[in-house]
Design a binder for this molecule. Sequence first.
Ligand code: MGD
Ligand code: MGD
Ligand code: MO
Length: 765
Amino acid sequence: MAKEDEKIPGVKPYAGSAGGWGALGAVARALKGQMAVAEDVRTLMRVNQPWGFDCPGCAWPDPRHSSSFEFCENGAKAVSWEATSKRTTPEFFARHTVSELWTWSDYALENEGRLTHPMAYDHATDRYVPIAWADAFMRIGQVLRGYADPNVVEFYTSGRTSNEAAFLYQLFVREYGTNNFPDCSNMCHEATSVGLPVSIGVGKGTVTLEDFDHCDAIFSIGHNPGTNHPRMLATLREASRRGVPIVVFNPLKERGLERFAAPQDPLEMLTLGSTPIASTYYQVKVGGDVAVLKGMMKALLAMDAEDLASGGPGLLDRGFIAGHTTGFEALEADLAAVSWDTIETHSGLTEADITAAAKVYASAKNVILCYGMGITQHRHGTSNVQQLANLLLLRGNIGRPGAGICPLRGHSNVQGDRTVGITEIPSQGLLQAIERSFGFRPPQAKGHNAVEALQAIIEGHAKALVCLGGNLAVAMSDPEAVFPGMRKLDLAVHVATKLNRSHLLVGRESIILPCLGRAERDMQEAGPQAVTVEDSMSMVHASRGTLRPASEQLRSEPAIVAGIALETLPQSKVDWTWLIADYARIRDKIEAVFPDFYRFNERVAVPGGFRLDVPASRREWRTATGKANFLVCAGLEEDSRTSGSNVLRLATIRSHDQYNTTIYGLNDRYRGITGRRDIVFVNPGDLEALGLAHGDLVDVEAVPEVPGGAPRVLPRQTVVAYEIAPGSAAAYYPEANGLVALDRYDAQSGTPSYKSIPVVIRRAL
Ligand SMILES: Nc1nc2c(c(=O)[nH]1)N[C@H]1C(S)=C(S)[C@@H](COP(=O)(O)OP(=O)(O)OC[C@H]3O[C@@H](n4cnc5c(=O)[nH]c(N)nc54)[C@H](O)[C@@H]3O)O[C@H]1N2
Ligand SMILES: Nc1nc2c(c(=O)[nH]1)N[C@H]1C(S)=C(S)[C@@H](COP(=O)(O)OP(=O)(O)OC[C@H]3O[C@@H](n4cnc5c(=O)[nH]c(N)nc54)[C@H](O)[C@@H]3O)O[C@H]1N2
Ligand SMILES: [Mo]
């Protein structure tokens, strides 16, 4: 960063490591702002413990044998934000019209605290007014029963929903008659869910936490663990201390990937020491990963040929390739056809850099490859994921200890929701199992994903929307189209813990149903209940809340789903009341539909839970060919819109002080930003070429898909000279979502391309 930083309010480079005293201080402030002190520490101590509750912060697994609680700054923020002592009461809604609340920031809306009562929108006064639970359910049932075609309703799920709630929800929606399941996965790891099954026969990661103890190299591509899965830093730190090379590909220099001080390590804290994380840090261009991966494979094949020529055994696992895979020759031909010139142009890295990374890969016996949104949220997200699998397969790095693919999932149960049936493309097996277990015939036709649901809403085909959590309108691309679309709905129902902007997009009728959070006691007829969740590594475990609920009115998500189902489906084949009296009964039903959950209740009662079967982890490939498949992937076509010299590729990113659309505060500590979010990060060389200076006020405009397309401008941002790859830019999500057209997504998976937006940046007028 430039020396004159101090002159720009809120912009000052961060010199420390990730974690350390800064993280401890941040936790103290988070707790002070939100929680009633007495319960704080006890609550945090029960996070991610065998009998505690699952942290809603991220999906990184819990160390099985850890006895002390794992410290995590952003986990603490997530918990304290939910366990806040602030309340959004009927009196609050009486004081503020919806039109007034609309002018509030996203931060201010959620910062009012937990929702306490079911509320319904009243057009006459432009306010939300209290409604009794029974009346809310009745009204929802009346509207939903009124549609001749159930496909005019969209049922959204956000990934905090437990397995039990998600299973009941998909059961209700399928008995109602649709597979319209837009899900936050559609905006997140869908490229993984769609890409990996074709490659290796399962849409999930293949590694366990123990594999990290046995790996010889880690590649970390397109994710930011210091902010988004901080507990992973402890694992990376261990590996780094063991001398394991950690190779990073990321356009931005992210502090958590450079240096980490473990708050649990007294020596590091007292000496202000830290552990380096990345052994090599490659600043790939935004959108340049297909090129990097093709380059690494090309270099690997060249080194292999050299080794063979000099009498060596070669660098590929030929036995594995012959016995376990298909498509090697086609991949080889594809790699031969791509030139280093093309690879260098697209990746922004040199042949020498990429060859060096390939050498690290080839020298390690066991390799783990970790990735996140920097890989999936592109036009070619699915190709990206499949290239990662290709690279691993070349040396047999899937299905043995210490090696494998590790997608970093987002929400704490986003993977579990999918496992228990939240999907718009149900398999025949799932539909048959539902029919067998419940005696109704579920709909067979494909339903809507998130983009399709919004398209249907905008076009007026979809009439009603039910959201089990989340903030769909704000998370989605293209607010200019999405917001007016949402206002046309007959009915919008939001099951939520806090007020957010989606709730303010009121249709003819809008209802907010307040639910229990993870940390809270869930009391049903049979006594206090636990729910279950599945982490990024397919471990299923129980989560039991202990705090007093934020309001006596709150209901659990399973109970709310049952309430809606009872009123919507009077002839239902499902005994909803019986099921929610004791969640063990729901788990029995999950087991009946999904054989992988055999002896579910028994196995989940063991601290730490159990791992769901991941056939690829033991080299069983459930693909159409019965083998793991090398796949030739696209992603290096010229995009004419990015060829102009002044066009940058912009990625939308999360700050350190946010959880998706939830903004905890306005700081982004590790990137040196304080008190603001109106920032666009650009390489100093690009700034100079554009005739701009660090700190200038700029407008960011997306290059339209078709010439003359509607302009999309993010106005009046402050440009910051940053350690980011040349040709790239970054700005915060969700503020920058207006730059992404709704139809800009990966054709294979439907994932919006939030990370590769061609933009021009010019001085603001
Ligand atoms: N505290 C906190 N924790 C969270 C969340 C949160 O918002 N806050 N969100 C949760 C959710 S739902 C998710 S999905 C995960 C998200 O976790 P991440 O996947 O870490 O999400 P992003 O912040 O979007 O970060 C993407 C990273 O990819 C890099 N990147 C951008 N474009 C490219 C590219 O083209 N190539 C490469 N190689 N890298 C690129 C960015 O510089 C950034 O470091 O975190 C989960 N955990
Ligand atoms: N530009 C851009 N857009 C993106 C992304 C990006 O990187 N860039 N990332 C995408 C990704 S990865 C994701 S996952 C989506 C996230 O999209 P969503 O999952 O829809 O959004 P969240 O912000 O996680 O949802 C926050 C709301 O969830 C509710 N909530 C919190 N806890 C609970 C609970 O326990 N139960 C219930 N019922 N409600 C609860 C609260 O009311 C809160 O306001 O955004 C996507 N959008
Ligand atoms: Mo996500």
